[in-house]
Design a protein around this ligand. Structure first.
Ligand code: KG4
Ligand code: ZN
Length: 361
C-alpha cells in the first residue's frame, strides 16, 4: 500500500509518501514540510489568511517534491489522504481541494483524515505500537489526553478548558518580549533561570475533573512581570523557569491521573505505553517529568522523533494506510466538506470555553 498524504491544517504545508509492504515495517519514502513560521513571526502568531495564501502558493511544489523524493509516481499510489479537519478552514480547503483534484485526475480514491487521528496513530508508524495506548497531545492548538483503542476508536479523557499548552508558552513569551514561536525561547531562557523564585499556580492540580487549564497561570505570569517591570534578562529567565516548572507540575498531575485510569480500564494490557505528540513535547523539562512518571507507573514512554511529533503529512498518509487496511477508508471523499472543528471522539461533549484559540483547540 502506497499513500500520498497532504497536510495544510495550520502553518505547515506538507506532503509525504508512506508505504506498507506485506508484513514488514512501514516506511516513510518522503516527508516534506514547509514551515510558514517566518511569514507569521511579525504578528506573534498564525494569521489564518496569510496561512491559506501561503498553502496555495506552496502546495503544488511540495506535493511534486514528495513524489519525486519517494521515487513513486502518482500512478503507483493507491490512495490520496488529506487532512480534512480540524484546523484553519482556509488551509483545509486548499489541502482538501488539491487532494480531490489529484485523486480525480489520477483516478485514485481520496481519504479524508482527521488531523488528530494522524497524531494519534503516529506511534504505530514509528514504533509499531499495539492498541490500546494513551496519547498526550500538547501543541499550539491542542492539549488532550486520548485513549487510543483502535483505528477510529478514540476516547478523549481530558482537554483544555481554556488555552492550549503551546499557546500558553507562546503568550508567555510574547508578554516577556521573547520572539515567536515562544515555546523554544521560553525553554532557552529558563535554562539560566531560578525555577523557585516565583510560586506560580498549578492549575487543576488535584482536581477531580481530569481536564487542563492554563489561562490562570498566564495571568499570574503577567501580574508577576508587571509587578517587577522593567525586566532584566535574569528576571525573564526566572519567570520562564518558574512558569515551566508550574506547567510541568500541573501537566504531570493530569497525566498521572490518566495513567491510573488506563490501568483501571485496561487491566489486561501487559505493557502499557504513554505516547507524546505535538510541539510542546520537545520541551526537556516536560519530557523529563513525563518520563519519570511513566517509569514510576510501569508505563513505556514513547516519544516519536520530533519531526513526526509536530505537524507533518507522513502521519496523514499513515492514517490513510491504517484506514485502508482496516477497511475504514470510507466512501471516496470527493464530496467531503472540510471541518474546522472535528472532535476525534464524537462521544465526549465539547467543553465550555474550549477552542478559544479558534479552530484547533
Ligand atoms: O505541534 P506544533 O508544531 O504545531 C501545532 O500547534 O499544531 O506545536 C507548536 C507549539 C507552539 O506553541 C510552540 O511554542 C510549542 O509547540 N513548542 C514548545 C517547544 N517547542 C515548540 N513549547 C515548549 N517547549 C518547547 N521546546
Ligand atoms: Zn497538529
Amino acid at each position: 500500500m502506497r499513500v500520498l498524504g497532504i497536510e495544510t491544517s495550520c502553518d505547515e504545508t506538507a506532503a509525504s509518501v508512506v508505504v506498507l509492504d506485506g508484513c514488514s515495517a512501514p516506511e516513510i519514502l518522503s516527508n516534506i514540510v514547509l514551515s510558514q513560521i517566518e511569514e507569521h513571526a511579525a504578528f506573534g502568531g498564525v494569521v489564518p489568511e496569510i496561512a491559506a495564501r501561503a498553502h496555495v502558493e506552496a502546495l503544488d511544489g511540495i506535493v511534486e517534491a514528495a513524489l519525486a523524493d519517494s521515487a513513486v509516481s502518482l500512478d503507483e499510489v493507491d490512495a490520496v489522504a488529506a487532512t480534512a479537519g480540524p484546523g484553519l478552514v482556509g488551509g483545509l480547503i486548499v489541502g482538501l481541494m488539491t487532494a480531490k483534484a489529484i485523486a480525480a485526475a489520477a483516478n485514485k480514491p481520496l481519504i479524508a483524515i482527521n488531523h488528530l487521528e494522524g497524531h494519534a496513530l503516529t506511534a504505530r508508524l514509528t514504533d509499531g505500537l499495539e492498541f490500546p495506548y494513551l496519547l498526550l497531545l500538547v501543541s499550539g492548538g491542542h492539549t488532550q489526553i486520548v485513549a487510543v483503542r483502535g483505528v477510529g476508536d478514540y476516547q478523549r479523557w481530558a482537554t483544555t478548558i481554556d488555552d492550549a499548552l503551546g499557546e500558553a508558552f507562546d503568550k508567555t513569551a510574547k508578554m516577556l518580549g521573547l520572539p515567536y514561536p515562544g515555546g523554544p525561547n521560553v525553554e532557552k531562557a529558563a535554562a539560566s533561570g531560578d525555577a523557585g523564585r516565583f510560586a506560580f499556580p498549578r492549575p487543576m492540580k488535584g482536581s477531580a475533573q481530569p481536564d487542563f487549564s492554563f489561562s490562570g497561570l498566564k495571568t499570574a505570569v503577567r501580574q508577576a512581570a508587571t509587578a517587577i517591570a522593567p525586566l532584566s534578562d535574569q528576571d525573564v529567565a526566572d519567570i520562564c523557569a518558574s512558569f515551566q516548572a508550574a506547567v510541568a507540575d500541573a501537566l504531570g498531575d493530569r497525566v498521572d491521573r490518566a495513567l491510573a485510569r488506563f490501568r483501571e480500564e485496561f487491566p489486561d494490557k501487559a505493557s502499557p505505553a504513554l505516547v507524546v505528540a505535538g510541539g510542546v513535547a520537545a520541551n526537556r523539562t516536560i519530557k523529563g517529568t513525563l518520563e519519570a512518571l511513566c517509569s514510576e507507573a510501569g508505563f513505556a514512554f514513547v516519544a516519536p522523533p520530533q519531526k513526526l511529533c509536530t505537524d507533518n503529512a507522513a502521519m496523514i498518509a499513515w492514517a490513510g494506510i491504517e484506514r485502508l487496511r482496516a477497511g475504514m477508508a470510507g466512501e471516496n471523499a470527493a464530496d467531503f466538506v472540510p471541518r474546522s472543528r472535528w472532535p476525534l471522539d464524537s462521544v465526549s461533549a465539547p467543553l465550555v470555553g474550549s477552542g478559544r484559540r479558534g479552530a484547533k483547540a
